[in-house]
Each structure stands twice: as C-alpha cells, then as structure tokens.
Ligand binder design. Structure first.
Ligand code: ADP
Ligand code: MG
Length: 236
C-alpha cells in the first residue's frame, strides 16, 4: 500500500550495463521504499552496486527491468526535490563557492540575487560561510564536500542522496560532513540516504541496508547460525 510519505519506491528495479557475454548486472531486482524522515545507510563493498542504486533513485539511470517511482514527490524526481551529493570533487572549477552553491537555483529560474542569498544561508548552515568567494582549487577536500552539501540543500530538497560523501576525507572531516548533512536534513525535514563502506558512518544513520553483488537487503542482518546439537539417543 502506498503511504503519502513514500518518496521513492523501487519495485524489482534492476540495472544491467552492456550486453551479451560482457553484461554486468550492477543491481539485481531491488525492492525498497524511502519514506519522509528516513535516515538510511547503504553499505557494501566497492562494486556491489551502491552508486547504481542511488542513481536509479535519483532518476540519473533508468532501470533495465522493474520500476522506480516517486509517489510522494509531486512532479517526480526533479532536482528541486531530489538532491545528489556525489563522491569526490563535483564543484565546477571556474565558479566560486557561492556561484556553485547558487547554480541549481539559478538553473531552476530563481533571480540571481535571491539565489545568492539562499546559497549563502546554506553555506552558513554547513559552516562554510567563509568560503563564499573562493575557487574550488583553493579549498580543501572537506571544505569542497561541505560546499557540495550546501549546493544539494539549496533547492530545499525532500530527499538527499549522498554517494560516499566521506569517501575521500579523513575520519574527523568525514564526521563533520555527516553531522552537517544530518543537521541540515533535520532542518529541512528531508530523508537522507548515504552510501558508505565505513561502518562508523553507517552507525550514524538509523536504518542500515546492505548491497552485495548487486543484491539489496533491507532487513536486519541475519543472526549467526548456531550449530544445533542433537541430543544423544534421539532419532533425527
Ligand atoms: P559501488 O558504488 O558499490 O562501488 P557501482 O554501482 O559503481 O558499485 O558498480 C556496480 C557494478 O556495475 C560494478 O561492477 C561496476 O563496474 C559496474 N558499473 C557501474 N557503472 C557502470 C557503467 N556506467 N558501465 C559499465 N559498468 C558499470
Ligand atoms: Mg560507488
């Protein structure tokens, strides 16, 4: 049954790259829902399909089979509703930090002055107020990731999909970026999905999903199997 709070629903959504003998099934039929206010970590080793799953949810990729829908997002997965924080550098090198942060608003048709005001408020929120006039080449990786989070927040999205946002940061900086992301999501009332292979990052989120060889499991981990001893003399 559909709840109005369901932002994304994947129904046996699969993604295969290439064809024939060289086909790679990045995601096998994934079935899951993200609801308003969810805080989800998607863990799994490199190559297990985490980024592909996120891209399906952001409509950056189309499922090869199955279906992805956005029942709780009027107008579908528009950038104003679904923000993606990419792994690694994603700022446009020729624009300074505030221009980068304001860009989604400008592209959405906001007048430049109000776009800059809102971008500055987002930079303030992520503790990057002093980066405004700097070019990406003049700031650290952690600062760039804060600016990327600010840019993701600028359109006041209802869903934030962050792909290994701490993958290239040291642990302390990574913790700050997660703090900022969660605080901002609370402020906006947005759902957050973070892919990570760092258990200390995953622990910060309330729900933990796992990808393995393209297969998604959303339930709690299975309990360890304890060998059962058959009492002596009993018949099997
Ligand atoms: P993860 O994010 O967990 O590292 P990915 O979703 O990036 O995993 O990749 C899952 C699998 O799909 C890998 O085997 C990867 O090589 C393959 N893959 C991902 N993107 C592409 C692509 N654009 N073309 C071909 N293969 C891809
Ligand atoms: Mg990835």
């Amino acid at each position: 049954m559909t709840s109005p709070d369901t932002l994304v629903r994947c129904e046996a959504a699969a993604r295969t790259y290439g064809g024939g003998a060289s086909a790679v099934v990045a995601v096998h039929g994934a079935t899951c829902e993200i609801r308003l206010g969810d805080r989800i970590a998607v863990t799994g080793p490199s190559g297990s399909g985490k980024s592909t799953l996120l891209h399906l949810m952001a409509a950056l990729e189309q499922p090869t089979t199955g279906r992805v829908s956005w029942p709780g997002l009027a107008g579908g997965p528009a950038p104003a509703q679904v923000a993606v924080v990419f792994q690694g550098p994603s700022l446009i090198p020729t624009l300074n930090v505030i221009e980068n942060t304001a860009l989604p608003l400008v592209l959405a048709g906001h007048p430049e002055a109000s776009a800059r005001r809102r971008a500055q408020a987002c930079l303030d929120l992520v503790g990057a107020a002093d980066l405004t006039g700097k070019l990406p080449e003049d700031i650290s990786g952690g600062q760039a990731q804060r600016a990327a989070v600010a840019r993701a927040l600028a359109c006041r999205p209802r869903l934030i999909l962050a792909d290994e946002p701490t993958g290239q940061l040291d642990r302390t900086t990574g913790r700050h970026v997660i703090d900022v992301l969660l605080a901002a999501a609370d402020e906006l009332g947005a759902a957050v999905v973070v892919t990570t292979h760092d258990p200390t990052v995953a622990e910060r989120l309330t729900l933990r999903w796992n990808m393995h060889d393209g297969r998604l499991s959303t339930g709690p981990p299975s309990p360890p199997v304890t060998p059962t001893t058959v009492p002596e003399g009993s018949t099997p």
